[in-house]
Design a protein around this ligand. Structure first.
Ligand code: PMP
Length: 277
């Protein structure tokens, strides 16, 4: 059984309770961040995730009642309470706290959830995932707010169409998927969108470790450009690098996991299993 952190205390799953009067519940006023551990419970890029959480909170005027250092220590302490061999997924959630008005409470709700890391089916990596184009841009795309309404709303359609992810497109430009960034090889160039996205930490790691052998151009591209892609993949803390091999039921490129994608998967795995971070 996992141990979590809630408002100053370590709690079991059954004690993980908050009031429905919390602004996170009544008004959707909340942000979060999500990361994982590698190689014996080392949280991957914890500083970057904590920084992003503070930026997300500041983007919506939500206060976090801890310093970055205190919250980092809380995450590490919560992790240490979960001493089972499996690697972990960590979710830090901050919401507005109890309020019966639109004024956020002085006491935001803070929780750190630690769960065994999900092991995704190997078919995700060997065959790739399918996406459906969805006209959408996330609210405050640079912030990781709890608003995943569009993603959940699309769930039924995705299932009916046997697809895995919505691919968000706004103003004709490809942005991101519901929980991951997108990369594509277009006219032989590996590209990833630049604006109106969450700047993923996996994406940032790749931008750092791929060049010079595999240069990446950070530039917005249109859906029409994307349709010419010879390969594409998603990146995220959970998904890592997962090939995207079909879009709206049509193959991306030849529909197989391409050589650039394979190389990027290899490079990320090499990095996460190293002591370079
Ligand atoms: N975009 C969105 C909307 C996301 O929810 C995520 C997952 N956090 C990402 C991109 C990828 O970010 P990261 O690599 O930091 O997990």
């Amino acid at each position: 059984m996992s141990t979590h952190f809630l408002n100053g205390a370590f709690v079991s799953e059954s004690e993980l309770l908050i009031s429905p009067r919390d602004l996170g519940y009544t008004r959707g006023f909340a942000v979060f961040d999500f990361l994982r551990t590698y190689t014996h419970h080392r949280p991957f890029k914890l500083k970057e995730h904590i920084d992003r959480l503070f930026n997300s909170a500041s983007a919506i005027n939500l206060s976090i009642p801890y310093s970055r250092e205190e919250l980092t220590a809380i995450v590490l302490d919560t992790l240490a309470k979960n001493d089972t061999p499996d690697e972990k997924f960590i979710k830090i959630i901050v919401s507005g706290g109890m309020s019966d008005s639109l004024l956020a409470s002085e006491r935001s709700t803070v929780m750190v959830l630690v769960d065994p890391a999900t092991i995704y089916p190997s078919a995700n990596y060997e065959k790739g995932l399918g996406a459906l184009v969805v006209e959408h841009e996330r609210y405050q795309p640079h912030a990781k707010t709890n608003n995943y309404i569009e993603a959940v709303k699309q769930g039924v359609r995705l299932k009916a169409m046997n697809a895995d992810e919505p691919l968000y497109v706004s103003d004709g430009m490809v942005r991101e998927a519901s929980r991951s960034n997108v990369f594509a090889v277009i006219d032989g160039v590996l590209m990833t969108p630049k604006t109106q996205i969450l700047e993923g930490i996996t994406r940032a790691v790749l931008l750092e470790i791929l060049p010079p052998n595999t240069p990446v151009v950070v530039e917005d591209f249109s859906l029409d450009d994307f349709k010419r892609a010879s390969e594409a993949f998603f990146t995220g803390s959970g998904k890592e690098v997962t090939p995207l091999t079909s879009l709206d039921g049509k193959s991306v490129g030849d529909g197989l996991v391409g050589p650039v994608t394979k190389e990027v998967m290899r490079k990320l795995a090499e990095y996460t299993s190293s002591d370079l971070w």
